[in-house]
Structures are given as C-alpha cells and as structure tokens.
Design a protein around this ligand. Sequence first.
Ligand code: ADP
Ligand code: ZN
Ligand code: ZN
Length: 729
Amino acid sequence: MSIAKVEPLTTARALRGPFDYRLPEAMADLEVGSVVRVPFGRQRLLGVVVELAEASELPPERLAEPLEALEAGTPAELVRLGLWVAREYCSTPSRGLQLVLPPGTGAAGQRVRSRLELRAEIAAPGEAALSGGERLGVKQRAVLEALRAGEMSAPELAAAVGADRGVLRRLEERGLIATCSSRVRRRSSHPEVGARGGRPELLPEQEAAVESIVAALDGEAGAPREQLLHGVTGSGKTEVYLAAVEAALARGKGAIVLVPEIGLAPQAVARFRARLGDRFAVLHSALPDGERYDEWRRLRSGEASVCVGPRSAVFAPLRDLGLIVIDEEHDASYKQDGDPCYDARAVARRRAAESGAVLVAGTATPRPESWLELPRLELPRRVDGQPMPPVAVLDMREADPRSGPLHPNTWEALEGVRAAGAKAIVMVNRRGFAPWLTCRSCGRHWSCPNCDVSLIVHRHSGRLVCHHCAHSEPLPRACAECGSTTLSRAGVGTEQIEALLGERLAPMPVFRLDADTAGARGAHARILAAFGEAESGILVGTQMVAKGHDFPEVTLSAILDADATLRFPDFRAAERTFAMVAQLAGRSGRGAAGGDVIVQTLAPTAPSIVHAAGHDAATFLAAEVERRRALRYPPFSHLTRIVLKAESEGRLDRAATELAQALMPVLPDGTDLLGPAPMFRVRNRHRRRLLLKASEREATIAVVRDTVERLAADRSLREVAISVDVDPQ
Ligand code: ADP
Ligand code: ZN
Ligand code: ZN
C-alpha cells in the first residue's frame, strides 16, 4: 500500500499536518509536490503531498483517499524549500507551500488551468468530399477549403470563415475533419518595448567577472559559489548577467534573474527577451493568473529555462538550476511584507546551495552583510568611459527659508538644464503636496482618526490622505475648531515640487512619478516612456525615480531632502541613505554631455552623504561594517521582531508582557530581548514591539515559534494579533 503525507493548504495556524492518505491504484503516480483535493473532516481541502511512504502508523481503514489530483504539481526540491521558508521565518507549512505552488492554487481551492484550444485538420474523406461533389453546407465547405492549407484552431476558423463549434462538430461526426485539444499559451499582457539587441564586446573587467562566474558554473576548484558583483552605476552589470545566463544555458542549465519590484520596467524585460528569446519567461505578480500559470508551466516543463521576476521568482519551478542572479541586491523589495516575511536574497542563497547553483548578487551599493560575506567582483568604471558625475552637497541649514524647498543653486542648475534643452531628475522622499496641515489661529493639527500620524495634503485630489490606512477626507477650507481660514501647509511633497517646477521652469514639461501617479497598471512604464521620449523635461518623484533606468539625456539629478531617510530610528538608516543618494547620482551623466548631481541636506557631514557624494562605497561600507560590529547588529547578530496588535490597549499590554516573560527564560544564551516598546497606532489598532538580538539563529527562531504559537492558542488573547518578522528590514 502507498501512503501520501499531505499538508493541507489552510490559513488555520492550529491545523498542522502532514496527514496520511491512502493512495488508490489510479493515483499511484503521485509524487512529492503533487496537489490533491482531500476530504478533511467534513471539508474538502487542497493539500500538497510532502512525502510518500510505504506504511502509515494508522490502520488502513482509518485512512481516507484523495479525491483527485490536480493538473500540475511542484518539484520536490521546491516543496523542501517552501517548508524551509516556513520554518526559517516562523510561519506555517501551508503558507510556506503556497509560495511554491502553481500560480492560482489557493487555500480556497480555486485554481487556474491551462487554456485548451480546439484545433482541426482535414481528414482524407474531407478531401474526397470537396472534390467529389458530396453535399456540403456553405460553412462546411468553407471550413474544408480553409483547412486544405493546413490545420487551424477553432478561433482562427471562426475569424476566417465564420464557422462556429457546431459546424466543426458536424464535420467531425461525418469523419471529414479531425480535431484535438491543445494547450495554448495566453498572450502576454506585459507591455513590450523595443530593445537594443546585439551583444557588445565586453570590457576587460566585465570579461573577468564573467570568467569568474563561468569558473564557478564549471565547478572549478576554488571558484566561489557565491559572488558579489560590485559595479558602479552604468558599469555594465546587466551585460555580465546576460553573459552568465548564456553560459549557464550553454551548459544545459537554467537561470533565475531576480530584479527589484520596480526593475521589471519594460525596457529591462525587453532586453532579456531580445537576447534569450523563447527560452525566457517572466513571472510577475502583476500578470493575470492565467498568464502567470502558463509561464510557470513553461518553466516546469523545461520549455523555458530562464526566469526573470521580482522576489517571488526565487520559487520559479526550473529544472537543473545553474545560476541565480540578484540584481540590485540592496533593494528593500526583496523582503516580503506579509507572513511569511521571507527575504528572497536569503532564500536564493539557500536554493542555490541546495541545488548546486551559482549565486551572483550585483549592485552599486552593496549591503554591509554582502560586503562582508561574499567575495567581490569589481566593475569600477562606467562602460562609456565617462567619469562619475560630480556631486554638490548643499547645506539647507544655511539656505534662506524664503527661497523655499529648493536651494538657489538647485534653481540655477535646473535653469541651466532648460537652457541646454536637456533633462533632469528631481527626487523628494514624500508624495502628496505637504505632509502637515495646521490652523494658524488655534494650532489645530489634522491627523488620522485611525492612526497616530499626520494627514498628508493632496492638492490634486483635493483631499487629506492617511498614508497608513485608507482614510481620506476633503481638504478643509476652514478650521473645524475655531473657524479660521488661515490654514498652513508645512513641509513638501512631490505634488508641491511638481507645481513649483512647472511654474518657474515653463515651458519645460514636468513628469511626476510616485505611488499616486504610478498606481494604475502600466502607468509606471508610461510615465517613464513619456519622459524618455520628451525633447527635454524634468522627472519628479519619490525613490522610484532613482531606480535602474538609463536616460542618456539626463544631465542633472537632484535630491531635495537627502536626510529624510536618515532620521528613521533604524540601524539601516545610514545604509539606506547611502544607497539612495548613490543610486540617484547614478542616473545623471550617462550620455556624452556628462552630468551633475545635487544633494540638498540638513546633515551634510553624515558619513552616508559624504561617501555617497564621493562615490566611495568601499570607505562607507568599511566603516558601516565596523559600526555594526561594535553595536552587535546584523550580520554580527540575528534580529527577530515580534509585533502585537489589538484594539484594546489593556489586553495588548497583557499579551506583550506575557510573551516577554514566556520568552525570557527559554531564549538561548546571548540573546537580548528589547521591549515591549510602543509603536504608533495604525488602523485603530495599538501596537507593541519586541526585538530579539540573537547569536544563535536557529535555536532562537525555534523558541520564538513555539512560544508565539502557544500564546496564539490562548483563547483569552484571541483579539491580539501577533506577527513575527525574522531579519526585519
Ligand atoms: P548597469 O547594470 O551596471 O547599470 P548596464 O548593463 O545597464 O549597466 O549598462 C549600461 C549601458 O551600457 C547599457 O546601455 C548597455 O547596453 C551598455 N553596455 C554595457 N556593457 C557594454 C560594453 N561592453 N560595450 C558597450 N556598451 C555596453
Ligand atoms: Zn483653528
Ligand atoms: Zn490612517
């Protein structure tokens, strides 16, 4: 008898498999990774086969049989990876497995299938009927005539001769045609743009990097299996990835290329497609389920062997994985927000190690972790031989407040861009018009009723908007407390800068790129394309404007509030600020005209700003690594954050204290427990945070998992939501 151990796909934390099912003869070919529908108590659930066994500990008569097996399952290797993610990030097996299943397979049981298409071809009696004057309807004759030239699909026949399914069925009944269903790929809705094809001759540094990666692919002794490709912006990293992917393909291996969420711009996708053609698949959560499912199947079947996508593509079902590339490895979008809060970079390392693949993490601004842990390949200069653009740091503490959010030198530089008919990029960290609204008479301040934060003025939509929940309200004309109409807006956001630039620099067009303008599908790409096609212009926006794109006509990039990210109470604040400034600087001067960079800041002496201005990642990172060592921050310790949320503050405090007390005695030696500390209220829920700083990663995670599970099962704390984030960002 064979037994399948099945992990049910359910959101219930308490329901923990795997559970044994008896396999009937007809399901003898089930494998680890097969998705089955199983009876479970009075319900029917989808589940994943996580193991096959000869015998069960339960007597056979107590075992049920699966009801059916679904069309496609997941490779066994990915089942192991999904279960590893569940353990490593304190989640449930079900949530871990969800990550590796075919797209559209959900706990609720809904699923996507391959699209089948009816195809018809003419049979010998059909040929005879045409020439032999047999009685045929007009449509029937037209179909046979059309099929003489070769087989066609039902939709094609409908379009060509107006024949519906009924006509085809009758022809088939008479034996005049033969039909079959075949799987078809849904048409891609990913926006496409033309790409520069061609394969440039690599520079010696690029060549050396490729050689080192290829040596690892070939398993040469001493070649590192994980490497950091540290290359300044515009140094040709993508060409190195492409060459490495081609080398993997030439060895019969597949490759995954991870890109930041935003890096899936059509230009980048088109570049890969142009070089790799049909062997290339995109997996992107923004694709409709059907398309994603087709791409997944192409990878699973081996029809495609390179996958490009954001963090979830680390779970792409490739066979014979040879290479994983992580482009812009510093990017925060590699960390998943919701449970399981996995870090695709860590998952990629795990997957590469398990499958014997080579890992390459590339960026101009590495994370201190990668800098410390990975051997480096360096691309120290730009491909075009241009020097890195000079960076001017403008001290806003000394600027005349009457001149507004732009320093006079910034205005002057922008006017220079207009005079030259060139382009500029201007970055502001906040979207909206102004982050604060207050009454000048009574001092009333508008904040969110559900969250402890200010409401942001959005002039475009005429509303006050909370950036943490869905709350918004009309912009008031007068103060609700005192009736005064003198309301003051303080601080700046992207909308305000857009308006200021538009007024003063007309007729130069201003394009705004932030979550408000790029929200709709395809809008992000459209805005970038419009900026790219414009004769001259300014692109204004949040951090989105600093990422990845390549516009040779940009001769100035400016950041107006470079210290906004420094003020976050987060040990990664310096690293983030460095990356942001360096990435923004990298957008300027990519063409023959060269370029300039302006950094406005209240903290001109902060190391992150000084070294970013000097294009000096090495000095910044060396100091940052030492700072982390001294303060015992990652990678010198492992952080785990536990957040508790509840509407009732009393219950919340009780739960937080209980959790801290339960953890204290069982945590491994060398683990610091910080908190419970209050966090600001969001969506009407109060929050408390516990932070663990651990030396022993696995043991600490295991203790947290058990303790949190125990507390979550306590019915008196039912209203308290507890979430765990391992390696929080
Ligand atoms: P990065 O990813 O480091 O920012 P890219 O790979 O996007 O850099 O390269 C920047 C530009 O230089 C691209 O337009 C690319 O086609 C071009 N390029 C890259 N390598 C070479 C090369 N060896 N010779 C000529 N052009 C190159
Ligand atoms: Zn007032
Ligand atoms: Zn809110």
